[in-house]
Design a binder for this molecule. Structure first.
Ligand code: COA
Length: 185
């Protein structure tokens, strides 16, 4: 059996099933004991999502290197069912604040994961690591054995450290700026 054989259609079918039932990964805790939960991006408040997505560091490390406008976000949400990606917003339960996001996207590299923490107060608390860990366990239920990749800037030492801890051990240089790391679900 070829474990890597996954088409956009196959992935979209999984997304549709998950979104219909609004399934979510398990909540998790940060290093300082805060409870964090997930919510589907299309059920979240756009202006609050954009605040975290457009924070300086997230923009700097994004592939586009650009902020997402309100118009672009609205267009994205309007077409969300057709787009082969799953975006979950991470929410701090104590304050109800949006903290960041975990993403899986069907790209030219395969099933590509991404994450960001857009509120400075929540950085360095293990949220990216524990949040992605919960997300990967959730994805494994539906995509067990499939290869997943993470594209990361070579300069993003924190992200590379987290990805290694998450089991992304196969590192390849994509070009002079990016690494591609991979593992199986
Ligand atoms: C990368 C990012 C997601 C990390 O989020 P975070 O919640 O602060 O990360 P965590 O707290 O889970 O983990 C940080 C880890 O980096 C380690 N770290 C901190 N500074 C480091 C450094 N200079 N070199 C290596 N590791 C470092 C921490 O010790 C911690 O690891 P540990 O738990 O094993 O001690 C966040 O900085 C971010 O959103 N950046 C912008 C977007 C981005 O780069 N996304 C990733 C590409 S898709």
């Amino acid at each position: 059996m070829n474990l890597d054989k996954i088409t956009e259609k196959y992935f979209l079918n999984i997304k549709h099933k998950l979104i219909q039932s609004r399934k979510l990964p398990h909540p998790f805790h940060s290093k300082n004991g805060r409870e964090l939960t997930f919510q589907w991006i299309d059920l979240c408040e756009p202006s609050l999502i954009l605040e975290v997505r457009n924070s300086r560091k997230v923009v700097q490390m994004s592939s586009s290197n650009k902020e997402v406008s309100k118009k672009e976000h609205n267009f994205f949400i309007k077409n969300y069912l057709k787009i082969p990606r799953i975006d979950l917003i991470i929410i701090d339960q104590l304050t109800n604040k949006y903290v960041g996001s975990v993403i899986i996207n069907f790209t030219k590299y395969g099933l590509e994961i991404g994450k960001y923490i857009g509120d400075k107060k929540f950085l360095g608390k293990g949220i990216a690591y524990y949040g992605m860990n919960s997300f990967l366990k959730f994805l494994k239920i539906y995509l067990s054995g499939k290869k997943i990749v993470a594209k990361t800037m070579k300069s993003n030492v924190v992200n590379i450290h987290i990805n290694k801890k998450l089991g992304f051990l196969n590192i390849k240089a994509l070009d002079d700026k990016y690494f591609l790391m991979s593992r199986r679900l």
